[in-house]
Design a protein around this ligand. Structure first.
Ligand SMILES: [Zn+2]
Length: 310
């Protein structure tokens, strides 16, 4: 009985596939461009420029540590049907290479028109001046990859996305450009508010657990005085913590910025000993409640910082 049902199911799938193939010329005109982003920040930016011409999925959630994302079969399924992949680059999402290889989709392999890497052309911060060996555990061997939530870089990143989408769907370039212009106008307006909010706090020092915020801090004139980690991705030694607490007291540093996925207990302990406060930040879109899209995530971070530092 079960056998028979399965056979009929197979026939039915065959019929649907054939019918689908016959319909392709008409269907293609209306079909949305299927985009997969490696991280939710990029998903949000693709939605901003793609509008209703795209459907976008992210391979990770905002609450995750992207450095340690695991390649799963579900990632490959999403990638298999993708027209375009948007990746961060600079080692943050190097795991995507494995997932893309596994997806067996020639449209998105490196060098294919459907592959967009947004770090291209950006000026990176914290590029090591000496050679850093990843085998020693440093997860930022080629510079800091956490640039996606710096609103000052959004014009460049969205341009890269528009150019990439237009390679695959040239007929939609004008629409993508128009969406981008509208999005940047909205961002520009918020940028003026954020700049005004942060202006009195210029020069303020903060400690970060993992260096997730160097682009945002630099943009608004704040100073990353130290990290709780020894080096990016490497947990602190007891001696490092002793030095850190001493430095925070001496320099009267009031806050430690911590990622939702990180050791918040440790951050709280260090903050308490130093007479400071640990703040959970939106390391990505969706990392905390209320940070549901690109602008909301930045707004969350600016508001949180301003409140704690004033
Ligand atoms: Zn990192």
């Amino acid at each position: 009985m079960r056998h028979v049902t399965l056979r009929w199911l197979g026939v039915l799938v065959g019929v649907v596939v054939v019918a689908g193939a016959l319909l392709i010329p008409g269907a293609q005109a209306a079909r949305k461009l299927r985009v997969v982003a490696t991280i939710p920040d990029l998903k949000s930016l693709v939605e901003a420029v793609g509008g209703d011409l795209v459907e976008v999925e992210s391979l990770t959630r905002g609450t995750q540590n992207f450095h340690e994302a695991e390649v799963r079969p579900s990632m490959m399924l999403k990638l298999r049907r993708a027209d375009v992949v948007v990746e961060n680059g600079v080692d943050l999402d190097a795991w995507a290479d494995t997932a893309i290889e596994g997806s067996n989709n020639p449209q998105i392999i490196r060098g294919a028109p459907g592959r967009i890497e947004v770090s291209r052309g950006l000026e990176l911060l914290e590029v090591p001046s000496t050679r850093v060996d990843r085998s020693m555990g440093d997860v930022h061997p080629r510079g800091n990859p956490h640039f996606s939530l710096d609103p000052g870089l959004a014009p460049a990143i969205t341009q890269t996305i528009v150019d990439g989408l237009a390679r695959v769907a040239p007929e939609s370039r004008a629409a993508f450009e128009q969406n981008r212009t509208a999005f940047l106008a909205q961002l520009q307006q918020r940028m003026a508010q954020w700049t005004k909010t942060m202006e009195p706090l210029r020069g303020s020092k903060v400690v970060v657990f993992h260096p997730d915020f160097i682009y945002l801090l630099t943009r608004f004139g704040l100073v990353q005085a130290a990290t709780v980690e020894d080096r990016p991705g490497i947990p602190p030694s007891p001696q490092h913590l002793v030095n850190l607490i001493r430095q925070m007291k001496e320099e009267k540093i009031k806050v430690i910025l911590v990622e939702p996925w990180n050791d918040i207990k440790l951050a709280n302990r260090v903050a308490e000993e130093a007479g400071a406060k640990a703040l959970v930040m939106a390391t990505a879109v969706g990392a905390v409640k209320g940070a549901d899209n690109y602008i909301a995530a930045i707004d969350y971070n600016i508001t949180t910082l301003a409140k704690a530092l004033q």
